[in-house]
Design a protein around this ligand. Structure first.
Ligand code: PMP
Length: 408
């Protein structure tokens, strides 16, 4: 029988623990570079103006109600999400090879995909999923919760603080045929290091040769470079190449809809004469999984995103808002690098501006991270990752000097 006292204490989630420690700190100079959430130049959460506008429209709609959405979510939302990530003229959409379900943000999409693969992907073999080292730590938990084993591929080079492409390539080459390869579409979390287009092409060729299955996680489209097409390039390239793949899409960062949990899972089958029937069967199974997990997804965030994605004027304003966020972050990257260089802080700092998106992998050691927290009230994860959005014109000098002190 079940005995509750055998349940061991689980460790606190490191990131949410860090947030709590920051809140407890009473020093007015404290700096929060932990969680990946956008902040404006006053270190405050930012509601995108376009989201405010869409929110007002929806709230004042006399037809708004709180009924259940369908199991697969809001159709206008999922079809707009397909177009956003695949491109409006995607061959996969023309050939009706895509099935999509609205999910509980990106986490829910990764989970639904992993659950589906656990149930249907190569049931007779070992089914190893490969994650980048490092990766978003939740990948490990989500995949092991559904019973999939995983390994990692090298990704970050400590020497260059850029991509270890050779290590990545060799590991994927030596992996068992038909492994699942989890790929960050852009703005890799936690490193901010992405493949070049040329490297993506080489990787696609290898993944095809090894018959691996690509699983794209896209949480930063438009947020990384400010350009939705550019940030979606890798996925579109793989689709062009005829891959069968799946995509976990999050609207947390690019719409600032963190707590509203808007996301989408897409499964794309490869081109073939019976692709439409295959995709229909996959859709039917995904619907059963979704039903047993969440019944149907939360409505409000998807309504906001859907209205923006489907209204040309709002879409244009959204692109503007994306440029505001990505532009401010890029400005902070430049400022941080030049301040550290001006201070003559030991080491090289070009990686701060080479990296892209929400995070920078600074190369600071765990010891230096601890020192920054104890001496300067600066909070970041112990792997040396900083959330760039936590920096602003008011605290960047203070932060650069704190880093300088910690490194010397
Ligand atoms: N994948 C990656 C790589 C992420 O960085 C994130 C956001 N931290 C997610 C997925 C999903 O986040 P959410 O569930 O908030 O959409």
């Amino acid at each position: 029988s079940f005995s509750a006292d055998v349940v061991p204490q689980a460790p606190e989630d490191p990131l949410f623990g860090l947030m709590a420690a920051f809140r407890r700190d009473e020093d007015p100079k404290k700096v929060d570079l932990g969680i990946g959430a956008y902040r404006d130049d006053n270190a405050k959460p930012w509601i995108l103006p376009v989201v405010k506008k869409a929110d007002d429209i929806i709230r004042n709609d006399p037809n708004l109600n709180h009924e259940y959405l369908p199991i697969a979510g809001l159709t206008e939302f999922t079809s707009a999400s397909q177009k956003l990530i695949l491109g409006g003229d995607s061959p996969a959409l023309k050939e009706k090879r895509v099935t999509s379900l609205q999910t509980v943000s990106g986490t829910g999409a990764v989970h639904l995909g992993a659950l589906f693969l656990a149930k249907f992907y190569k049931p007779d073999s070992k089914r190893i999923a490969y994650f980048s080292d490092p990766t978003w730590p939740n990948h490990f938990q989500i995949f092991s919760n559904v019973g999939l084993s995983y390994k990692t591929y090298p990704y970050f080079s400590k020497e260059t603080k850029g991509l270890d492409f050779d290590g990545f390539y060799n590991t994927i080459q030596n992996a068992d045929e038909g492994s699942i390869v989890v790929l960050h579409a852009c703005a890799h979390n936690p490193t901010g290091v992405d493949l070049t287009q040329d490297q993506w092409k080489k990787m696609a060729e290898l993944i095809r040769a090894k018959k691996h299955f690509p699983f794209f996680d896209t949480a930063y489209q438009g947020f990384a470079s400010g350009d939705l097409t550019r940030d979606g390039w890798a996925i579109r390239y793989f689709i062009e190449q005829g891959f069968e793949l799946c995509i976990a899409q999050s609207y947390a960062k690019n719409f600032g809809l963190y707590g509203e949990r808007a996301g989408c899972f897409h499964f794309v089958t490869s081109p073939s004469s019976d692709a439409q029937s295959t995709v229909g069967r996959i859709a039917s199974q995904l619907a059963i999984l979704q039903r047993s997990e969440i019944s149907n997804p939360p409505a409000y965030g998807a309504r906001i995103a859907s209205l923006v994605l489907n209204t040309p004027e709002l879409f244009a304003q959204w692109e503007e808002d994306l440029r505001t966020m990505s532009g401010r972050i890029i400005k902070m990257r430049k400022a941080l690098r030049s301040k550290l260089e001006e201070l003559g802080t030991p080491g090289t700092w070009n990686h701060i501006t080479d990296q892209i998106g929400m995070f920078s992998f600074t190369g600071l050691s765990e010891q230096q991270v601890t020192k920054l927290r104890e001496d300067s009230h600066v909070y970041m994860t112990k792997n040396g990752r900083i959330s760039m959005a936590g920096l602003n014109t008011k605290n960047i000098d203070y932060f650069a000097k704190a880093v300088d002190k910690a490194v010397r």
